[in-house]
Ligand binder design. Structure first.
Ligand SMILES: *Cc1c(COP(=O)(O)O)cnc(C)c1O
Length: 371
């Protein structure tokens, strides 16, 4: 018997967009303008529009986007920022880069994003902001989180790194709080061919401040008004992102189609499929849960199917956060021990989705234990 063709977890080599990307790179080379030029300005206008925001500011990474948004809002040492324990660790590292202290509120077991009741319970006089993460492409419960923020006079910065074009009850993510941070890391729904990030906001003064902070705090050339950093989205990546932004609505539709196909194909399968709580979900990832995660992953690998774990360790349990006191987050602990992600990207075919789902159905914990 020949081994089944491998279904990789992801697919980063440009596909149908390869020609457009080469042309974009050539355009930048021919112009000879590589930092803070016309491609970035155009991308910022186009991304703001696609995101339903008035302004977008391009920066070097998604992590910098979060950290600069917090800094621009005056959040720093002595301030607490409430965020989720289940996310890329960069969400919390960005809070620490701004000099503030992350406070982890546990997640909701179904939505896998911040549990509003837990957030409310952790507000103290030092709390300055809430940083919800729209994890896996699904918006956090922003109606409840916004109500808490209003009641306690807190700002919201949204970590929308996994949620380009997502909507929370019809509202574009990133525009519900005062600012939204995006990553354009290559694996994201909108990915560059390198590092890149951006912040959206409707606040003109905040956008101005972010433009200064990303560029050494300069107002005019060589006049540094404030302590900025150097984190700019370069022209090459901006040009590539412009080409891909045009394709993103179609890619997002395809992600949703694949997710819907997984959902119906996985009915009765021996994994827990987290529910879709908002049709504005953009399916950056397709996580499922199993108490026998290691065995299910091994079974799938045996069937030529790659899976990954997002995320194996709750952020507050990372050694990098030693010394930051945190309440326990039992739901996040449990999810981190059970969750793994099935392949989901626009180029995945329906046949491949069906193959993955069939393989999941064929898993049996008893067989796996006896192997
Ligand atoms: C990717 C990601 C980040 C960090 O973005 P970078 O561009 O890699 O710095 C932050 N938060 C979340 C939720 C992410 O997925």
């Amino acid at each position: 018997m020949t081994a089944p063709a491998l279904i990789p977890f992801m697919h980063l080599t440009p596909g149908a967009d390869a020609g457009a990307i080469r042309a974009a790179i050539d355009r930048v080379i021919a112009r000879g303008w590589f930092i803070l030029g016309p491609e970035l300005t155009a991308f910022e206008t186009e991304f703001a529009q696609a995101s339903g925001a008035a302004y977008a500011v391009g920066v070097g990474t998604g992590t910098d986007a979060i950290a600069l948004a917090l800094r621009a809002l005056g959040i720093g040492p002595g301030d607490e920022v409430i965020t989720a324990p289940l996310s890329a660790a960069y969400s919390a590292l960005a809070i620490m880069m701004a000099g503030a202290t992350p406070v982890f509120a546990d997640i909701d077991i179904n939505r896998l994003t911040l549990d509003p009741a837990q957030v409310d319970a952790l507000v103290t006089p030092r709390t300055a902001a809430i940083l919800p993460v729209h994890l896996y492409g699904q918006p956090a419960d922003m109606t409840a989180i916004a109500a808490i923020a209003r009641r306690h006079n807190l700002v919201i910065v949204e970590d929308a790194s996994q949620a380009h074009l997502a909507k929370s009850e019809g509202r574009p993510v990133g525009t519900i709080g005062v600012a939204g941070a995006f990553s354009f890391y290559p694996t994201k729904n909108l990915g560059a061919l390198g590092d890149a990030g951006g912040i959206v906001t409707d606040d003109a003064a905040l956008a101005d401040k972010l433009r200064r902070l990303r560029n050494g705090g300069q107002k005019d050339r060589y006049h540094h008004l404030e302590f900025g950093v150097n984190t700019r989205l370069d022209e090459m990546q901006a040009a590539i992102l412009r080409e891909r932004l045009a394709l993103l609505p179609g890619w997002t539709d395809r992600r949703r189609e694949i997710a819907a196909r997984y959902r119906s194909a996985l009915v009765g399968a021996p994994v827990i499929v987290p529910p879709e709580k908002d049709p504005g979900h953009v399916y950056h990832l397709f996580p499922v849960r199993s108490a026998h995660r290691d065995q299910v992953q091994a079974h799938l690998r045996h069937n030529g199917i790659e899976t990954l774990i997002h995320y194996p360790v709750p952020i507050p349990r990372q050694p990098a956060l030693d010394g930051i006191p945190t309440a326990t987050c039992p739901v996040a602990d449990r999810v981190c021990s059970e969750v793994f992600s099935l392949p989901l990207y626009p180029a995945l075919t329906n046949d491949e989705v069906d193959r993955v789902a069939d393989a999941v159905h064929r898993f049996s914990a008893a067989d796996a234990d006896g192997r």
